[in-house]
Design a protein around this ligand. Structure first.
Ligand code: WTA
Length: 679
């Protein structure tokens, strides 16, 4: 074998060359205080005890009415968890804590400008704000149980208030990441048929106050063109009492929330008694085809699951100060900033801005000032902080007992820095592998029971039974060093219920590949396909290699290559577009775009800029491509398929392998010299 990296090496082969990392053991002080130290948990959650084992999770919640059946499989694979049970998520996250803990902080909101005060919101105050806003949603916006609402808000204390007010009314919230463009927001408004948009006028990002109201206005305009009229826009003000940017309010549509709320001061709204299987929210995520899909999560199953994961895997106690640095616009924020920690009565931190503003010590100052003891972040943030301020954590007086990482594989080197410098050698690290669709963790170590291994998530969490299949559906045994498609054998309560409005896509994408009988009502016939390639070591620890489909993980965010390509194709000059992932030191991967132009057009910097702008417009800045290469033609197979593999090799300076079978092998060299990465 040559020493060049060859792209024809399969992921399975790469894994064989990975060296096994050493174990790290949790500190005795951690174990002594941990929520889950009973090793019997794994036998209690064995498949023999499925599905009743999950009653243990449901019992962490307060129900109005007990379920009739733990798992109803009659509409397989749309599982119904705790069917017939009744509960309310906002009640579980707020009201039930008032008896003992009403004066405890529920939310610490940290504004980006350091000269602004931190807002400490007690459970009682959260109760008041959620009730009043729920009354506004009901009476001003006319919303009721089952309606959908799009929330396009920055990280703010008002965002969880909006989310929990929806939950209180049984309104299905669809939170769109605040950094997404108007066009991406419009698509989600249309798909969920929301007639109400909740937004905020402005927010801080890296020291700049951004005009967010303008984005909302444009989203409404675009949505209307696509056939969905937004009749009410609820605007929170970043600085109550004034609009941060000059803007004309649309008569009859725009409502300034801070003003309107005065009508509802003191109003209380009874929580709706929702069925366990009623949808709680939608979260749009990228899949293999262009259109983002509305991942629909239910109420009882989801909330039981995230509460249990927060308690047992993240080891959250009510007295902890917990900080998850994700954005609430992603699933991590839903499950592990809002629902899980609040359901347990902990204090959760919400930070408005970027990790490195105004300097690389910002995160650690927040941790010190709020006495955070559980910290949850993503490899991309860890890489960035390590790069620009490797010695910063030591300068601050904070001590974490527990640290989580999520979103993409973490490189062992980066893991070790996190452990040594951020954890100060005392904290446990839990690498949690999961997805928007799965609601909560699939694989992770149970922190007081398992040693840690840098770069690997743990085995399946209690109740999750992973299995790795090859293309034919044969099980690849643990310890064989071979990678395959990682699936989950059994359903679990946190799993999403369906793709909003597209059951067929749900069944095909997640179960189609390994389903044994489409008519079967037996859960054993429906292994869940994650879409990731993974290898399982002898000790059962899962190491994820990446997506098997066309999704690029940028900074822990999933971007559909098709979404980016479709955006490029909105530029009239573009004939074909192909996106490939390029390794990036901080972001993990970064998309790079190749396009060819329609006949009669010449490559020019203007066209490249137009394409880059189109991507920002359609999706947002997170999809920014490292380069837009305008090439004379795409490398193609004889059947006309674009060979992304070859483009990926060129972008990553790897060997392109044998290209003689292509329809146009000569193009490869041409592209290589254009890109200047001839190898
Ligand atoms: C990847 C984020 C390795 C994986 C919660 C998955 C990970 C996708 C890890 C889901 C991890 C997530 N180690 N890879 N600990 N966590 N992934 O839907 O490819 O935004 O399928 O959910 O991220 O991304 P999503």
């Amino acid at each position: 074998m040559s020493d060049k990296k060859t792209v024809e090496t399969s992921e399975a082969e790469i894994s064989v060359h990975w060296k096994e990392e050493e174990y790290y053991h949790p500190a005795p002080e951690f174990i002594a205080q941990a929520n889950l130290t009973d090793e019997n948990v794994f036998s209690r959650f064995s498949l023999d005890n499925f599905p009743d084992c999950y009653i243990e999770f449901a019992e962490l919640l307060t129900w109005y009415q007990e379920w009739e059946e733990v798992l109803d499989t009659s509409d397989a694979p749309c599982w119904k968890w705790f069917r017939g049970g009744k509960l309310n998520a906002s009640y579980n996250c707020i009201d039930r804590h008032l008896g003992k803990n009403k004066n405890k902080t529920a939310i610490h909101f940290v504004p980006e400008p350091e000269e602004e005060r931190i807002d400490h919101i007690t459970y009682q105050e959260l109760y008041v704000r959620v009730n009043e806003f729920a009354a506004l949603l009901r009476d001003t916006a006319g919303l009721k149980r089952g309606d959908r609402v799009t929330i396009h808000m920055p990280m703010s204390a008002e965002l969880p208030v909006a989310v929990l007010a929806c939950a209180r009314l049984g309104v299905i919230h669809s939170v769109v990441f605040g950094g997404f463009s108007s066009s991406a927001c419009a698509d989600r408004i249309v798909d969920s048929s929301s007639r109400v948009l909740i937004t905020m006028d402005a927010y801080y990002r890296a020291g700049r106050l951004l005009n967010h109201k303008a984005v909302g206005d444009e989203a409404c305009e675009l949505a209307e063109k696509e056939g969905q009229k937004v009749d009410t826009v609820l605007i929170w003000q970043r600085y109550p009492g004034k609009m941060s940017f000059e803007s004309t309010l649309v008569e009859g549509r725009d409502v300034v929330v801070n003003e309107e709320l005065k009508k509802y001061y003191g109003v209380r709204v009874e929580p709706e008694q929702m069925f366990s299987e009623d949808p709680l929210f939608l979260m749009y995520t990228s899949g293999t085809t262009g259109k983002p899909k509305g991942v629909q999560h239910g109420t009882g199953g989801y909330l039981s699951y995230v509460t249990a994961m927060s308690k047992y895997i993240q080891d959250i106690h009510p007295e902890d100060v917990y900080w998850c640095t994700a954005d609430i616009g992603w699933i991590t924020g839903h499950s592990f900033i809002i629902y899980g920690p609040l359901s347990l009565g902990a204090s959760t931190v919400i930070y408005e801005g970027v990790p490195t503003y105004p300097d690389a010590g910002r995160f650690w100052r927040i941790a010190q000032d709020l006495d955070v003891n559980i910290f949850h972040t993503a490899p991309t943030a860890i890489r960035a902080l390590r790069k620009i301020g490797p010695d910063e954590p030591a300068k601050y007086n904070f001590e974490f007992k527990h640290m989580t990482t999520v979103g993409e594989p973490i490189e062992p080197e980066v893991w070790r820095w996190y452990e040594r410098e951020v954890g100060k050698g005392k904290a446990v690290i839990v690498d949690t592998y999961w997805q928007t669709e799965t609601g909560g963790f699939l694989c992770a170590t149970v922190p007081a029971l398992h040693p840690m291994k840098p770069g690997s998530a743990g085995p399946g969490v209690p109740g999750i039974h992973p299995v790795v299949f090859d293309e034919e559906g044969n099980e690849i045994p643990a310890g064989s060093g071979k990678a395959g498609n990682i699936c989950i054998k059994n359903p679990w309560p946190g799993c999403f219920q369906t793709v909003w409005g597209d059951r067929e896509r749900f069944v095909d994408s997640y179960f189609g590949m390994y389903n044994r009988d489409p008519e079967s009502k037996d859960w054993r016939d429906w292994p869940y396909l994650t879409g990731d390639a993974a290898v399982v070591a002898e000790d059962g620890y899962v190491r994820v290699l990446g997506r098997i489909d066309d999704v690029i993980n940028v900074s822990g965010h999933r971007l559909g290559t098709k979404e980016i390509e479709s955006a490029a194709l909105t530029v009239p000059e573009v004939a074909e577009a192909a996106v490939v992932p390029v390794d990036h030191e901080v972001k993990g991967k970064e998309p790079e775009l190749y396009v060819s132009l329609k006949p009669g057009y010449e490559s020019s910097p203007e066209i490249a800029r137009k394409i880059a702008d189109a991507i920002t417009f359609e999706i947002g800045k997170i999809a920014t491509c490292k380069n837009v290469w305008i090439v004379p033609d795409m490398p193609k197979t004889r059947s006309g398929k674009i060979m992304r593999r070859v483009l990926g090799a060129i972008s990553n300076k790897a060997d392109v392998g044998n290209v003689m079978t292509l329809a146009n092998p000569e193009i490869v060299e041409e592209i290589q010299s254009l890109v200047g990465r001839d190898v």
